[in-house]
Design a binder for this molecule. Structure first.
Ligand SMILES: NC(=O)c1ccc[n+]([C@@H]2O[C@H](COP(=O)([O-])OP(=O)(O)OC[C@H]3O[C@@H](n4cnc5c(N)ncnc54)[C@H](O)[C@@H]3O)[C@@H](O)[C@H]2O)c1
Length: 278
């Protein structure tokens, strides 16, 4: 049942006082949307009624999506080749969003990672990872905040990582870039709150995506399963649902500056993850 805002006020504000975020019909910009978590987020937001701008640097991966039935509604699903480190291109992409479907949601899922010991991590590799994961997120958030200011608010979700919260061997560059995304997001949450813009992060644990297929060898997989209390890898859809929760004004209008771990309990765990054998 759809209730009026007045109904929400009279019952203590617990009812769904606002229309569905997607149905309220803004545009959601999803970066890294041609693969893995970003693609799962884009599909779910389309299901929820958003117009979705699916942005990715990989032209071939975008082209492979052209026949995807979930993206068939061309009026609502727009594919865009976009490198998040290109400030001018990001600004153009945001400016081109139609005024009648203003930018109300951003999900920064574009990211790269490597699995290398600290001593073997070159400065060049560190710069590349920081450039995409941190600087790219910064660029997109800044362009988005300016547009959302004009549109009267919105919500941003940045995909960080369990490796940005806890020290995983082999993730010096990647983990540092994701820890920086965590703090960037918190500062933005504080500064942008007066504009009606909420900013949160989702920190996934190991999720079955092409990135993980590249980064996790057999030893990594054994280690991950030994340290994740739920004893499995997550699915991109697990992350997408958490993202949708944080974008939806009905479910999370008072949540900002928060990190939501979608990690099977990894961040909560201590040394003894599985029950003692006795
Ligand atoms: N899969 C996991 O286990 C996991 C865990 C923690 C965090 N994450 C994070 O989740 C996000 C998505 O990861 P995924 O596993 O879906 O990876 P993925 O490789 O499947 O997808 C990442 C996408 O980002 C795009 N991309 C890379 N650089 C870009 C750029 N400069 N501009 C625009 N797009 C760019 C790629 O083309 C790719 O399509 C990343 O930020 C990653 O660090 C993933």
């Amino acid at each position: 049942m759809v209730r009026s805002p007045e109904a929400g006020a009279s019952d203590g504000g617990c009812a769904e006082a606002r229309p569905s975020a997607g149905a309220a019909a803004g545009t959601a910009l999803v970066t890294g949307a041609a693969s893995g978590i970003g693609l799962a987020v884009a599909r779910l937001l389309l299901e929820e009624g958003w117009r979705v701008l699916l942005a990715d640097a990989d032209a071939a991966a975008l082209a492979a999506l052209r026949d995807d039935p979930a993206l068939a509604d061309a009026a609502r699903a727009q594919l865009l080749r976009l490198d998040v480190t290109d400030e001018a291109a990001v600004a153009r992409a945001v400016q081109d969003i139609p005024a009648d479907r203003p930018l109300k949601a951003v999900v920064n899922s574009a990211g790269i990672g490597h699995n290398l010991p600290f001593e073997q991590t070159s400065v060049e590799l560190l710069r590349r990872i920081v450039d995409v994961n941190l600087v790219g997120t910064f660029i997109v958030c800044q362009a988005a905040a300016r547009a959302m200011r004009a549109a009267g608010g919105g919500a941003i979700v940045n995909i960080s990582s369990g490796s940005g919260l806890r020290a995983n061997a082999g993730r010096a560059a990647y983990g540092a870039s994701k820890a920086a995304v965590e703090m960037l997001s918190k500062v933005m949450a504080v500064e942008l709150a007066p504009l009606g813009i909420r900013v949160n992060t989702v920190a996934p644990g190991p999720i079955e995506t092409p990135l993980v297929a590249r980064m996790h060898g057999e030893a990594d997989r054994r280690a991950a399963l030994a340290t994740v209390p739920l004893r499995r890898y997550g699915r991109p859809q697990d992350v997408a649902r958490a993202v949708a929760f944080l974008l939806d004004e009905r479910s999370s209008s008072f949540v900002s500056g928060e990190t939501l771990c979608v990690d099977g309990g990894f961040a909560a765990a201590g040394a003894f993850v599985h029950p003692a054998s006795g």
